[in-house]
Design a protein around this ligand. Structure first.
Ligand SMILES: Nc1ncnc2c1ncn2[C@@H]1O[C@H](COP(=O)(O)OP(=O)(O)O)[C@@H](O)[C@H]1O
Ligand SMILES: [Mg+2]
Length: 253
């Protein structure tokens, strides 16, 4: 996949493109090295890796130069990444492998258990987006899902109970909330006070799930804001970082 992308960039622009990659803030040195090696293998001239919440913060339009701590939470496909940015630097980070794909998997598990229906990822995603997160509702509510019967292998549809979906998704949501709360609690007192006094930013696909912003605000007591197009924040931020990479000495050749 990387080769295909690199070849496309080569065709249009450069002979050997330079690549900027985002990694979760908790990526180990070994994981970062593996990432760099695989990108290099795709035929690029140099690679730089930056933490994803930094790119998300830039793409979300946060003013990174401010001298006080600001919180960014990026809920992506597989990772929820929290960071505090102060004077242009990430001064604290925490990440957990619980995010949108786990919410979609929860829908798949419930549909299989309750209705014997195997859902595609796309169908599970459609249901997560339609139902929303943590929105208290009627115990009899249900959503119609289409999938393949686990026993007869035939295409079919069934009503999946929404409370069962919520119960399964709450396990994921709780892990996300616990990570954010533990992160805030562990901040040095003065930094924690600054974070509380300023609005927090929520980016990534998770920011688009109905109910997510309210849930995080209610559980942390923070004022949480979502930028325009939170899904594109990391890409926008990376684009802005890219021209400055040579200056910042971030390239690994
Ligand atoms: N309105 C939406 N459009 C597209 N994806 C959405 C939307 N709302 C939530 N998502 C979810 O966002 C996730 C991808 O988020 P993203 O921040 O791009 O992840 P990553 O940075 O890890 O690639 C997907 O699981 C998708 O289901
Ligand atoms: Mg992301």
């Amino acid at each position: 996949m990387l080769k295909l992308l690199v070849d496309r960039a080569r065709y249009f622009h450069l002979s050997r493109p330079r690549v900027l990659v985002c990694a979760p803030s908790d990526a180990s040195p070994e994981e970062r090295e593996a990432l760099i090696e695989s990108v290099r293998g795709a035929g690029v001239s140099s690679v730089a890796v930056i933490p994803e919440p930094l790119a998300a913060a830039i793409g979300a339009g946060m003013d990174l130069s401010l001298p006080y701590g600001q919180l960014i939470v990026d809920i992506g496909e597989g990772v929820t990444d929290c960071a505090v940015i102060q004077s242009g630097e990430l001064v604290a980070t925490a990440a957990v492998r619980a995010a949108c794909s786990d919410l979609h998997e929860a829908v798949q598990q419930v549909a299989l258990r309750e209705c014997g229906l195997v859902l595609s990822r796309t169908e599970a995603e459609r249901i997560t987006l339609g139902v929303g997160i943590g929105t208290a509702r009627d115990p009899a509510s249900a959503v119609v899902a289409e999938g393949i019967g686990a026993i007869d292998g035939r295409l079919g549809a069934a009503s999946v109970p929404i409370p069962a979906i919520e119960e399964a998704q709450n396990l994921v949501v709780d892990r996300i909330l616990e990570t954010i709360l533990a992160f805030l609690k562990d901040l040095p007192a003065s930094l924690g006070a600054q974070v509380i006094d300023n609005p927090a930013r929520l980016t990534g696909g998770g920011a688009l799930l109905r109910g997510m912003v309210d849930l995080i605000s209610a559980n942390t007591g923070l004022c949480v804001t979502v930028p325009d197009d939170p899904l594109g924040a990391v890409i926008r931020g990376s684009r802005r970082v890219l021209p400055n990479v040579p200056l910042a000495g971030l390239w690994v050749n």
